[in-house]
Design a protein around this ligand. Structure first.
Ligand code: NAD
Length: 255
């Protein structure tokens, strides 16, 4: 028996980067993962196909969370796929992982980029969580992906950092709102990781000193699997006493 045996989890943005690592960790621990992606893609289908032979299973759903109706559509898809799989429409774990970055200072960030940051990083987790609450079982888990940038000055990504600071307050406030149902709500804050989100910046050192790794105590960048391991722990029965917390998983960034 594995840690998340029989669990049903939703991971937004679950088909690449940190999200794909969470999907892998959860299925390895026995969960059925409803893998949300913005749009249908070969990568999303390949990941769920690859995981067919594991202890858990993974199923795709698609919804653009930048759109106002995106969260509603995602949960309609959740209800459809759980019915197709013969599962009760009940959820054990929600991970609000999907997110975008947009580089820009107070002088240069455009209104369009600002609005998209708010839509994907802030509005979507709020309404994805609102729709999750009638479906999540008492004692379930909600885990939000924040960022170290939520709590230190982040020139050049100021709009992004604002949205992540908001997610951390959302985490604490919702932990109190749902705590009497035994549901825990926590956030994990990664530091800089080498995922698609940062690919251009890390390759070309835009706006930053040569190596982001040099800002960490460990002298290295964490890997998506390292973040997924922390999230899998928070999802597990062992983490039942932890709620309203933000766990930094930054390799000791800017200590
Ligand atoms: P990524 O770009 O590889 O993945 C982002 C995911 O979000 C993708 O699956 C993407 O499809 C999804 N997404 C983006 N826009 C969407 C939309 N409109 N609708 C639905 N889904 C959408 O980046 P990642 O590094 O894996 O990021 C995952 C999370 O980790 C994000 O919340 C990000 O802010 C956070 N984070 C990343 C880093 C880092 O350095 N990479 C650091 C701290 C926090």
């Amino acid at each position: 028996m594995t840690e998340l045996d029989g669990y049903v989890a939703v991971v937004t943005g679950g088909s690449r980067g940190i999200g794909a690592a969470i999907t892998r960790a959860f299925t390895a621990a026995g969960a059925t993962v409803i893998v949300h992606s913005r749009a249908d893609s070969a990568a999303a289908r390949t990941l769920t196909r690859e995981l067919r032979s594991g202890p858990g299973r993974a199923v795709n759903v698609f919804a653009d969370l930048a759109e106002t109706e995106g969260p509603t559509q995602m949960w309609q898809e959740f209800d459809r796929v759980t019915a197709d799989l013969g599962l009760p429409p009940e959820l054990d774990v929600l991970v609000n992982n999907a997110g975008i970055n947009a580089r820009g200072t107070i002088d240069t960030l455009t209104p369009a980029d600002f609005d998209r940051l708010i839509a994907v990083n802030q509005r979507a987790p709020f309404f994805v969580t609102q729709h999750a609450l009638p479906r999540i079982r008492d004692g379930g888990r909600i885990i939000n992906v924040s960022s170290g940038s939520a709590r230190y000055a982040s020139p050049h990504i100021v709009g992004y950092a604002m949205t992540k600071a908001a997610i951390e307050n959302f985490t604490r406030s919702i932990a109190v709102e749902v705590g009497r149902r035994g549901i825990t709500v926590n956030a994990v804050a990664p530091g800089v990781l080498d995922t698609d989100m940062n690919a251009a910046w890390l390759r070309h050192d835009i706006d930053q000193p040569p190596s982001a790794a040099q800002h960490t105590a460990l002298g290295t960048l964490a890997d998506p699997a390292d973040i997924a391991a922390v999230i899998a722990f928070l999802a597990s029965p062992a983490a039942g006493a932890i709620t309203g917390c933000v766990i930094d998983a930054t390799n000791g960034n800017r200590l």
